[in-house]
Design a protein around this ligand. Structure first.
Ligand code: ADP
Length: 398
């Protein structure tokens, strides 16, 4: 079966076409600037990289353009659209309604719409992606895979905020958590690599990219995670503040004469390691700058890795141990120094980093703790698209 995986953003659409017999990617690409001047980059097996600039009025046009590229002789990998057996969509917010992936129908669409107030920037484009595919390929089954679903197993003590209870009941204010597809993939893969049933393991997964979150996975279930009601909570990120004292918001509004919209924008786009360093949100730039002696870039690295370390300690305490610590996503997979800084001091949890392996195995799926470390530290490149494709296949094959 061939499965098309779609990740639709407000003006972009990422896609991957999977051949599920081999679980390989036949083609993938990115449509950007939808509704504006339009840009497509398409990479397909057996063809040169294709790029074009042509206006795409909306997401349906982008989907048509993608189908065109997948089926044309000079860029394509399938003869026609009918070879696509199903479509899997990334959907950011499933609220409390979805604890697993589902086949899309009218009721599911309504439920995703109900979650729009919880993810106003993400769910609308995800829905647009689903509707665009319905328009272009009405007979192909579609599946929604939610970032929040994995974390629905969190106990109340982990998901409830200490606010008036009524806000939870009436407004659904609680911790939801995100990056669930990634935390799910790497925790299951860790258990496979260790040759142990996931039911017996306590795993801490560190998804560290532009957005970062950690999850405590006990017996295969998420029992806590660092992102909360929105992806703004938790450890500092590229441009997001992560958790701060909520009183800072009013103080800033008064002192700097800012509106709540402006403060929210600052917390989302001008804070995090960018805000601290004044250099960049990119951890490669931070390291370069810190190495050249920039104290604020060094401070950004220190603050980020200190907070990740504290979160790991908290989750180990919450689970009563940590059999495996997993690093994933852009920074987790590729940043030798960040992994070293996070791991320093974790020997008290039975986690001892092998400095040579940390360096030599950078970017690869492997164990990077020492041979005699009681618990394991691992790098596992994430693969959210594959999870979406596998869930889609499982649901349409039922
Ligand atoms: P997103 O959350 O947008 O998917 P990524 O997972 O791609 O982000 O992570 C982006 C981060 O990963 C950036 O801070 C970047 O510095 C870091 N990164 C990516 N590649 C490397 C690399 N080769 N070495 C060090 N850091 C890297």
């Amino acid at each position: 079966m061939r499965i098309l995986v779609i990740n639709a953003g407000s003006s972009s659409l990422k896609y991957q076409l999977f051949d599920m017999t081999k679980q390989t990617v036949m083609a993938k690409g990115l449509c950007e600037r939808i509704g504006l001047d339009g840009h497509i980059k398409h990479v397909a097996e057996g063809h040169d990289v294709y790029e074009s600039y042509a206006p795409m009025e909306n997401h349906a046009e982008a989907v048509r353009a993608v189908i065109g590229l997948l089926t044309k002789p000079d860029t394509g990998v399938i003869a026609d659209m009918s070879e696509i057996g199903a479509i899997g969509h990334r959907v950011v917010h499933g609220g409390e309604m979805f604890n697993a992936s589902v086949l899309v129908d009218g009721e599911v669409i309504r439920a995703i719409e109900e979650c729009v107030p919880l993810a106003p920037l993400h769910n609308p484009p995800n829905l647009v992606g689903i509707r665009a595919c319905t328009e272009v390929m009405p007979d192909v089954p579609q599946v929604a895979v939610f970032d929040t679903a994995l974390h629905q197993t969190m106990p109340q003590k982990a998901f409830l905020y200490a606010l008036p209870y009524d806000y939870y009941e009436r407004l659904k204010i609680r911790r939801y958590g995100f990056h669930g597809t990634s935390h799910r993939y790497v925790s299951r893969r860790a258990a496979e690599m260790l040759g142990r049933p996931i039911e017996d393991l306590k795993i801490i997964t560190c998804h560290m990219g532009n957005g970062s979150s950690l999850a405590a996975i006990k017996g295969g279930q998420s029992v806590d995670t660092s992102m909360g009601f929105t992806p703004l909570e938790g450890v500092p990120m590229g441009t997001r503040s992560g958790s701060i004292d909520p009183a800072i918001i009013q103080y800033l509004m008064v002192k700097e004469n800012l509106t709540i919209i402006q403060v929210t924008e600052i917390l989302n786009k001008k804070s995090g390691v960018l805000g601290i360093s004044g250099v960049s949100s990119d951890f490669r730039d931070l390291l370069e700058s810190a190495t050249e002696g920039n104290n604020r870039a060094q401070a950004a690295l220190d603050i980020f890795t200190y907070d990740v370390k504290k979160t790991i300690g908290g989750y180990a305490a919450a689970m009563g141990g940590c059999d495996a610590l997993v690093f994933t996503a852009g920074i987790g997979e590729n940043h030798v120094v960040v992994r070293r800084m996070v791991s320093e001091g974790l020997e008290c949890l039975g986690l001892t980093l092998d400095q040579d392996k940390n360096q030599s195995m950078n970017g690869k799926e492997c164990v990077i703790s020492t041979g005699n470390s009681p618990n394991k530290i691992m790098i596992i490149p994430t693969n959210e698209e594959l999870v979406i494709a596998l869930d889609t296949q499982a649901l349409v094959s039922r």
